[in-house]
Design a binder for this molecule. Structure first.
Ligand code: AMP
Ligand code: ZN
Ligand code: FE
Ligand code: FE
Length: 289
């Protein structure tokens, strides 16, 4: 059997620059230990994790792609659930337009966190932004960090309970954040020399597959180049369906676990819930683009 075909990669990893609990250095170490052939750090709306990994030096046994996961809004004709995320690979980290846009998105997140805390306080949950910052340090704070503190203080028994009861969309402490629209997210990634990919399509929760395919076609017109076909939470039939859509429309396939360390305790880097295998050949096709 061709070894490369069995070799595994993970192109969806969060670091401490956003809401992962492993630093870029720990991610590089773990990738080597797990014998992952290629990885990408794809933090929410920040490229600081990718920058740090490159500054540290990438070990020769691991191929590395710079990455980003931008929270965007879906096209108005395709309203979908909250997690409309555009991944970008092989972006130039010093691209001025990309950095400028990320600064705006980071500021929007900063404005949102105190509003979430205020709502929690109103609901009788006693925590402050300072406590969250003291616990996780200098990084881009988001709801998972708030959930982590709620867990620590005994208000919930798990991070998912915090989302399901308080922080998730439609729940009493949910505050929406400013997003750029998907056309702009795709344009910014392309402008930085990168490859825009629609993340975890199963989360978009369309009523039927035809709608998802129509959305992907309209994103392709905006410049989308790929679909995240392999993902920790995709069932086999979903993976097959997304691969079929990618093949029929000449789109690249990518895949990754969405590793967040202890913030998503059931997801292992490179392995997802245990049985995910993202083949190395996807990486090869991506870099040939
Ligand atoms: P934010 O960046 O604040 O919008 O939070 C997004 C993060 O929250 C992502 O890492 C998601 O995976 C995580 N998240 C969203 N919904 C849930 C949920 N129901 N349970 C656990 N984590 C979630
Ligand atoms: Zn996250
Ligand atoms: Fe995501
Ligand atoms: Fe993610």
């Amino acid at each position: 059997m061709d070894y490369n075909k069995q070799a595994r990669i993970d192109l969806h990893i969060h670091s401490t620059a956003s809401d992962g609990t492993f630093s870029p250095s720990e991610i590089l170490d773990l990738a080597q230990k797990l014998n992952l052939k290629a990885i990408a750090i794809t933090d929410h709306d920040t490229i600081d994790g990718s920058k740090e990994a490159i500054a540290l030096g990438i070990p020769p046994s691991v191929k590395f792609l710079t990455g980003i996961e931008i929270s965007a809004s879906s096209p108005p004709s395709f309203p979908c659930s909250e997690s409309f995320h555009i991944l970008g690979y092989s972006i130039r980290l010093d691209d001025p337009a990309l950095n400028k846009t990320l600064e705006i998105l980071q500021q929007a997140r900063k404005n949102r966190n105190p509003q979430i805390i205020e709502r929690l306080n109103d609901l009788g949950i006693d925590l402050t932004l300072k406590e969250v910052i003291d616990k996780v340090g200098e990084c881009q704070l988001g709801r998972p960090h708030i959930a982590q503190l709620m867990l620590k203080k005994g208000y919930v028994e798990s991070i998912s309970e915090a989302f399901n009861k308080y922080l998730g969309k439609g729940k009493p402490a949910y505050v929406d954040k400013y997003r750029i629209d998907c056309a702009q997210a795709i344009e910014i990634i392309l402008g930085a020399g990168g490859i825009p990919v629609i993340a975890h399509p199963f989360l978009l929760k369309f009523k039927n597959d035809a709608l998802l395919e129509d959305l992907i076609l309209s994103l392709k017109e905006m410049g989308l180049k790929g679909i995240e076909v392999y993902y920790s939470e995709h069932r086999a039939d979903q993976t097959a369906n997304y691969a079929d859509i990618a093949n029929r429309h000449g789109l690249l396939m990518t895949g990754g676990t969405d590793f967040h360390g202890s913030l998503k305790p059931d997801i292992k880097m490179g392995y997802g819930k245990g049985d995910l295998l993202v083949p190395y050949e996807l990486y090869e096709k991506l870099v040939r683009k």
